[in-house]
Structures are given as C-alpha cells and as structure tokens.
Design a protein around this ligand. Structure first.
Ligand code: SAM
Length: 390
C-alpha cells in the first residue's frame, strides 16, 4: 500500500474500505456476542484468582495499513464489546489494541493519525479509550504470545498472497504466466498454483491465530472472495470482471505500454499480481486442516457496493473525475509493487494509460442511464469468516 497522505496514498483512498464498516457492523456484533470476555472475579470466593493479575482485553488488527480505517474499526469494536460487558453485567478491564502490518508499512503516518487517549478528567473531540501499539511483522508467522488475544481481525488483507508460486515466474516452467499479469480468465493450471499458495498462506495465518487466541476468543476475517469454487480462473463472475481491480482494463493497460514500447512483453510477463480470491470450500478446507475453531460464519457476500450509490452515480457523470478516482484507488493498492518491478517512470506511464482506459469506458456510457446503472463500478464479492477458538 502507498504510505503518507498524498493524493494516491492508502490513507486518502481507503474510503472504499471504510465504507465496508457499515455493512460489517452486524457481523462484528454477532461475533462479539459469541466471545468469552476476560473479567475480574465478581464474588469474594473468586478473590484467590487475583494473584493471576488483573485481566486486560487484547485486540489485534492484522494488516492495519497506514489509514484511519483501522482506528474506526477498532473504535466500533471496543464500543460494541463495552456494551456486551454491560449486557452480561461484567466489569470491563482496560483494553489494549495492537496494529500489525509488514515492517515496511508507514507506521509513522499511522501513529500520527492515532486519536489522543482519553484521560479520566475527560477530553473533548475524538478520543480513544484503549492503549495502542504497533506490531511489525508478517501475519503468516507468530506475532503474539500463546493465548494472549481475545479478538483478532483482518480486513481487506488475506486476498494478498505471501508470494507468487515460483513455477509461475520461471520462464522454463509450463506454468510460466506468459502474456498476462494475473489469472482471471487465464490458464487453469496457473490459477490452481495460486490457489495452493493462497490456501497454504491462509492455513499458516489460521494456525498462528489459533495459538495466539485465548479459548473463546474470536477471529474475524473479511477479504475478497469468489463464488465459483471449481474454477479459480473465475475470480469473479464473467459479467463482473470489468469492475474488478485487476480486470480487463488492468491487463489492457499493460498491452498499451507494450504497444508504445515503454515496457517489453517480458517485463509484463514477469509481473504477477499477488492476489487470490478464495472460495468458501477452500477456506473450509484450511479451517478443517488447522482445527481448534468453531465456525460462527462463513460465506461470500456477493456484489457488495464499495461506496454509496450516489457517489458512484455522481462519479459516472464525470468520466475524467471517475477515472482519476478509480485509478488512484488502484494505485494506492499496487503502486509499490509496480515501482519495485519496473521503476517509477514506467509506473507513472502505466497509471496515465490506466486512467485513460477507465475514462474511455465511462465516456462510452455517458447519457445512457441504464448502462451506468448496470455498470456496478465499485462493487465486489467479499468473504466473511467468523471463527471462535475452542
Ligand atoms: C488493503 S490494506 C487493508 C488495510 C485495512 N485493514 C483496511 O481495511 O482498510 C492491506 C494491508 O495488509 C498488509 N499486509 C499484506 N500482507 C501482509 C502480511 N503478510 N503481514 C502483515 N500485513 C500484511 C498490507 O501491507 C496492507 O497494509
């Protein structure tokens, strides 16, 4: 993700991910309702437990990025958990929230955005009623002590695989991804290699969280998902491909660059997007292999809007603005990958062409209200996974 607070930073462009919070609230509530709450003893006879220390509620956000979304999600979650304590007539302990991301994440920007902590003498404005800490490291490995967490979330992250399968990048291999930068609508064998990588990553993630969560703790994941189980080349239904982040416009932009001699075919072929949308059946397989979890919820929510309808329709009235917005959103997600692959000059050129393609697509629909209505820009299928540690 792009750090800082520039025009194409994840912080500015993550409005799309922020919008998801509205839809997720009932699912968060459902999960909170199922969690075991650490609390201080209620009865005198329980005092003996005090030597074990005053409990603390620990939440972790895996893949929190640089943006303000992580704080919004955590604020909502802490408030919802507070209500649950009240509802169960329990005393709520102090709360600690850990924000995890890769070491290269712009943690400085993130901490700069952290709201001030609430003091007992009261404070006006937006404040936070939890202690915060950053935890750098890959969530595909262990990051916390055993049974130390009570609620773990990972939002908009687990569709990013840890690495491209090695055969896919080897020009001598039959799985070399020649002529493409991703798997949608491509060779089944290549998409299957991605699927194996993604399942193995997800299983590692589950295993680590299984160890780190206290019994009765919750793991809540939200990521891109797909509905076509047997065929991983159908990362989204064919009629929805054009609106996918890495849909035809993404592939065609590479063709533009090649046609103009800005990059070679080899440069494009060597670039592979580390993205994979798992199907429910694949997630089920990983959960079963890991063991130790009870499934609270596991489903793909189809065709979810990523922004309010009014905003989408307003953008579509102005192709230039729409293209700028959409392309900047894609840029906030993949620019660092592209720059690392081909340098900033070619990456800039890539995004100029990408913007032009999106603008042309929008321009073709101007004045056609039905086409605009049907063009569900900014919508996608999402996987929801709610697990309770046994
Ligand atoms: C699209 S952002 C999501 C940010 C935030 N959770 C939200 O919903 O807006 C995905 C984040 O996952 C992080 N990420 C990807 N792979 C990771 C890994 N293996 N370990 C930790 N973080 C990772 C990326 O660095 C990025 O910040």
């Amino acid at each position: 993700m792009n750090g800082g607070d520039g025009e194409c930073s994840y912080n500015r462009m993550s409005v799309v991910q922020e919008y998801a919070l509205h839809g997720l609230q009932p699912f968060f509530s459902e999960a909170v309702h199922q969690m075991t709450l650490p609390h201080q003893p209620q009865h005198q006879n329980d005092q003996i437990q005090l030597h074990e220390g005053v409990p603390c509620l620990r939440l972790a956000d895996f893949g929190s990025s640089t943006g303000r979304n992580a704080f919004l999600y955590m604020e909502f979650l802490v408030t919802r958990i507070r209500q649950e304590y009240k509802h169960r007539n329990l005393h709520m302990p102090e709360v600690q929230v850990f924000f995890n991301d890769l070491p290269g994440n712009d943690f400085n920007s993130m901490f700069g955005l952290l709201p001030p902590i609430k003091h007992e003498d009261g404070e006006s404005g937006r404040v936070r009623d939890y202690f915060a800490a950053g935890v750098p490291g890959s969530f595909y490995g262990r990051l916390f002590p055993k049974e130390s967490l009570h609620f773990a979330v990972s939002l908009h992250c687990l569709h990013w695989i840890s690495q491209i399968p090695t055969e896919v990048t080897d020009p001598e291999s039959p799985l070399y991804n020649r002529g493409s930068c991703w798997i949608m609508g491509g060779k089944l064998s290549i998409a299957q290699a991605y699927s194996e990588q993604s399942k193995s990553d997800f299983q590692k993630f589950l295993h680590c969280r299984q160890v780190e969560l206290a019994p009765g703790g919750i793991l809540f994941c939200y990521m891109s998902g797909r509905t076509d189980f047997p065929d991983p080349t159908n990362q989204t239904k064919p009629e929805r491909r054009h609106r996918f982040l890495a849909g035809p416009d993404f592939e065609d932009t590479w063709e533009d660059l090649i046609a103009e001699g800005i990059v070679t075919e080899e440069t494009r072929d060597a670039f592979n997007l580390p993205l994979f949308c798992l199907a429910v059946e694949e997630v089920q397989e990983s959960i079963a292999k890991t063991g130790g979890f009870e499934v609270i919820r596991l489903e793909v929510l189809e065709d979810l809007p990523l922004c309010p309808d009014e905003m989408r329709m307003n953008l579509l009235q102005n192709p230039k603005k729409c293209a700028k917005y959409y392309s900047s959103w894609v840029r906030s997600l993949v620019e660092p990958l592209m720059t690392a692959h081909m340098g900033s000059e070619c990456t800039d050129a890539w995004f100029v062409r990408h913007e032009q393609r999106i603008a042309a697509r929008c321009r073709a629909m101007l004045g056609d209200a039905q086409a605009q209505e049907d063009y569900k820009f900014f919508s996608a299928d999402f996987m929801l996974v709610g697990l309770r540690k046994l």
